[in-house]
Structure formats: C-alpha cells, structure tokens
Design a protein around this ligand. Sequence first.
Ligand SMILES: [Mg+2]
Length: 122
Amino acid sequence: MSIILSDKHTTLSFFKDEVAEFVQNRDWGKYHTPKNLIQALQIEASELSEIFLFKDYSLEQILDNSELLKDISDELADVFIYLISLINLFGIDLTETFSNKMKKNSAKYPIKEFNNGIYYKK
Ligand SMILES: [Mg+2]
C-alpha cells in the first residue's frame, strides 16, 4: 500500500527527515557544504527560470498545460529539497524563522500603506 502525501497532512519535520535520510543513505553529506548547497539551490531556481526563457506564459496557459505545470512543479520541488538541505545543515527551525520574518515583513510593509492597489511605495 502506498501512502499519498499532501500538504494538508504533512509536517515540515517530515520533509526535513526525508531529505536527511536520502542524503545519509547515499553518503552525500560530505558534498553538502554551505557553498555547494547554496549553489545547488540557485541552479535549481535557474532551471525553473529556464522554463520561461523567451516565453511569457500566462497563469491560464500554465494551468491549462499539465505537462508544463508538471515541469514547473518538478523544479519547485528541487528548489524545496535544496532549501530543506540547507535548513538541515544549519539546524534552522524554519517555522520559528518564518514566523519572525513575517513579523518583520508586516512591520516593514504595513497593510495601511498597501491596501489601495498600489504595491510599491515610492
Ligand atoms: Mg531540477
């Protein structure tokens, strides 16, 4: 029986453990220096960007094209996997970090300054 995972029922700890086990089982930890993982993250983000090179897909075009959406999803997963690898390497609690950063963002971009349809303040 295979288990179908979904965002709704999966914790961040699950992803962290899955990535750590994948790396450990292949003895790839020796290659996971901060520089290598940061570059790998950038490369995967570039692979996502490459899908859009010289193309200007609208959201509707993407959502109507299952093959394109699959390619985008795969690259997003690659980015996420390297992000999790970095979080594991640094021992970061992403939930705590996310929460603190969102508080900073809320203070930096107060709703009252951005609730009139203008996204960027001059
Ligand atoms: Mg990739």
